[in-house]
Design a protein around this ligand. Structure first.
Ligand code: ZN
Ligand code: ZN
Length: 159
């Protein structure tokens, strides 16, 4: 029972992070933190391997680290926080593998991955990158993809 509970907490945290990432991308990164996100919307040659945008990996490590600490140091009743931290970490790893590796090809892994869902992800994020501006972008999420991105030919994002 306990195992099931903590598994569900982990999954819930993972799913909630898709919303948090969507919200942060739409309202913070394309809002007052645009300064950090801007170079992710510019051609890659100008930025080198690291982007200012990578700072967000560190930013999102703060809530998970806080959950790990609070969940393991304090009362047993707070132990579930540890698994929220695990869920956030798994989402962060997934985000890195899907967004940075699969979509933007910062490492040459998963080259052969190709199915209707992976193509929809590419198309949705490609639509996001079709603009280099703070305003007027679409598709801020990563794993939850709008229906309109399925079933069409998806081209890889050029960056
Ligand atoms: Zn963006
Ligand atoms: Zn991107």
């Amino acid at each position: 029972m306990t195992f099931l509970f903590y598994t569900l907490v982990t999954i819930a945290a993972f799913l909630a992070m898709e919303f948090v990432a969507w919200f942060a991308h739409k309202h913070l990164m394309h809002g007052w933190l645009w300064n950090w996100h801007e170079d992710h919307h510019k051609p890659h040659e100008k930025t080198g391997f690291f982007e200012k945008n990578d700072r967000f990996f560190l930013v999102f490590a703060i809530p998970s680290a806080t959950c790990y600490i609070l969940g393991s140091v304090y009362a047993e009743s707070l132990f579930f926080l540890f698994f929220i931290g695990v869920g956030i970490s798994i989402y962060g790893l997934t985000y890195f593998l899907v967004h940075d590796v699969y979509i933007h090809r910062r490492f040459h892994w998963f080259k052969k991955l190709d199915n209707s869902y992976s193509r929809a992800i590419l198309r949705a994020h490609g639509a996001h990158h079709s603009k280099q501006t703070k305003e007027d972008c679409e598709s801020f999420g990563l794993l939850v993809v709008g229906k309109r991105y399925f079933g069409k030919r998806a081209d890889r994002v050029a960056s």
